[in-house]
Design a protein around this ligand. Structure first.
Ligand code: CIZ
Length: 301
């Protein structure tokens, strides 16, 4: 059954001139059929430069929106429209405007894990990899950072700027449990512990490196260690095993994002058949959100 679905997906992919993009947190069977597996921003950049007219985005809504922001001339499909992100949804336009009114001299730096409407109200976007660089480069000593409080705190500890951090958090990274991690460290004393900055600061204290998913991939590539404990969504462990089959990876705990697991092969097939659900934004919002994403690119090159 699965094989015939995969065959049909490949056939329709060619007929539709489509490219399938999967986030590194997607289930193994989705990563296996994707043309590219990466973090959200990298995938959106691939969407923009791909020689394809249809982008099938296997991830969550804010990621597909970012692909549409960068590739407005292409049809962006999100096979499961219910794939949301509670972190992104913990901020909306009225609440951002109220904090902006409270700190009128601050510029807003917004993590890409946020809704397009809110990106449109911000000065610059950032990812977990470049958040510090973006905050340091914006032309103000006072910054509003949203929506992830742990990433905001991670930057605040390193920056001399005044940073007003939004109190949002990723429910998935909140599942990273310090006792589980300590047990893994005991069991694998020679392993490097890599954790995502969306985990809590008490977990950072134990880590060898605090990195986004792209940073983890690069770090492992240049590390001499052969074993790694991975403190982010467990799909990443599968991605790392395919990239580095000669190294050992262990999930730091049951760090599982239900929204990342709602995309299925039959849903991808339906989406390619019917060319829906399409992710579309109001053009005025898309343009303003584009300006915030473009500013990040100007800063980080
Ligand atoms: O934005 C992304 O891709 C996420 C959710 C994580 C990361 O650090 O790459």
């Amino acid at each position: 059954m699965e094989e015939s679905v995969i065959r049909e997906i490949y056939k329709l992919k060619t007929e539709r001139n489509a490219v399938i993009l999967a986030h590194s947190y997607q289930p193994p069977e989705i990563q296996d059929i994707a043309d590219h597996v990466d973090d959200s921003l990298q995938l959106s950049r691939i969407a923009a430069s791909a020689d394809a007219s249809v982008i099938v985005f296997c991830g969550v809504r804010f990621m597909a929106e970012t692909a549409h922001i960068l590739a407005p001339d292409k049809t962006v499909l999100l096979p499961e429209p219910k794939a949301g992100c509670p972190l992104a949804d913990c901020i909306d336009v009225p609440s951002l405007r109220s904090i902006q009114a409270a700190f009128p001299n601050s510029l807003t730096v917004l993590y890409v894990n946020s809704p397009a409407e809110v990106k449109a109200e911000s000065y610059a976007c950032c990812t977990s990899a470049n958040a510090f660089e973006v905050v340091e480069s914006v032309p103000s000593d006072s910054v509003i950072f949203a929506p992830d409080r742990n990433l905001g705190m991670f930057i605040s500890r390193r920056s001399d700027k005044e940073i007003h951090v939004w109190n949002g958090a990723c429910r998935t990274h909140a599942l990273a449990d310090i006792q589980d991690i300590k047990k893994h460290i005991e069991e694998w004393p020679d392993a490097e512990l890599l954790v995502h900055p969306e985990t809590s600061p008490e977990i950072w204290e134990l880590a060898d490196a605090i990195l986004g998913t792209g940073g983890m991939i690069r770090h492992i590539g240049s590390s001499r260690a052969t074993r790694f404990i991975i403190g982010t969504e467990e799909g990443m462990v599968y991605k790392l095993k395919t990239l580095y089959p000669d190294r050992k990876f262990i999930a730091a705990g049951k760090i599982y994002c239900p929204n990342m697991k709602v995309t299925t092969l039959p849903k991808i097939l339906d989406s390619l058949r019917n060319l829906e659900p399409v992710v579309l934004l109001d053009p005025a919002i898309r343009e303003k959100a584009y300006a915030a994403v473009a500013r990040m690119t100007e800063i980080t090159g």
